[in-house]
Design a protein around this ligand. Structure first.
Ligand SMILES: [Fe+2]
Length: 206
């Protein structure tokens, strides 16, 4: 028997969201964020301040990020509750430095904001389908790779772009192969509002 007719359909898919926030970021703000005190973070550098969006000098950026989160909640998640930023920080990846594999705990949606000019090449963000130890590593052949079976997918960020993605998604950043620092902001978000049903004893007000 030779089976030539079959059908494959998606059951679920994982989104990522991208939009330009160029209009909300001034040259002064870029220089201001670059001047933050930075601390060592495994390989790269992370700002000492972990609530940078609360800085009054970054109010226009905070507002634009909130607008993106409002669109994501309504249009991508399809929910009426509100997403809000819990922590926000800046990062610097010096030449040859990337960002280790990780995911974000106690967060529903996470994001990156490429507030400054990205170096070339920009260092891609690599998303990993697997969130735990892989007992069996069964990767598809190169010419059979598709959205259903790929173990990894990559996103090349653009200057001034915001990227939003589910916080449980494992990701890493490629080493910076340019001779300039790669600047970015990262943040976590949680949800505000009412969940569940009172009579169903699943009611939760956040
Ligand atoms: Fe991250």
């Amino acid at each position: 028997m030779s089976l030539t007719q079959f059908d494959v359909q998606p059951l679920f898919a994982v989104p990522y969201f991208r939009a330009s926030l160029a209009d909300a970021i001034s040259k002064e703000q870029v220089e201001y964020i670059k001047s933050f005190k930075m601390l060592p973070n495994k390989q790269n550098l992370i700002s000492e301040n972990l609530s940078i969006f609360e800085d009054p000098k970054l109010a226009s950026i905070k507002k634009a990020v909130q607008e993106a989160l409002d669109v994501y909640a309504k249009e991508v998640m399809g929910i009426s509750q509100k997403l809000y930023v819990t922590q926000s920080w800046s990062l610097i990846n010096q030449p040859n430095i990337g960002m280790h594999t990780h995911s974000h705990s106690n967060s529903i949606v996470s994001g990156s904001l490429y507030y400054a000019e990205l170096p070339s090449p920009a260092s891609r963000m690599i998303f990993d389908r697997h969130t735990t130890y892989r007992q069996l590593v069964i990767n598809p052949a190169q010419d059979k790779q598709n959205i259903y079976n790929t173990p990894l997918n990559v996103v090349t960020p653009k200057t001034h772009e915001i990227l939003l993605f589910p916080s449980d998604l494992t990701h890493q950043v490629e080493p910076n192969m340019s001779d300039k620092p790669r600047y970015s902001i990262a943040f976590n978000c949680f949800i505000k509002g009412k969940l569940g049903d009172f009579r169903d004893v699943s009611h939760l007000v956040l």
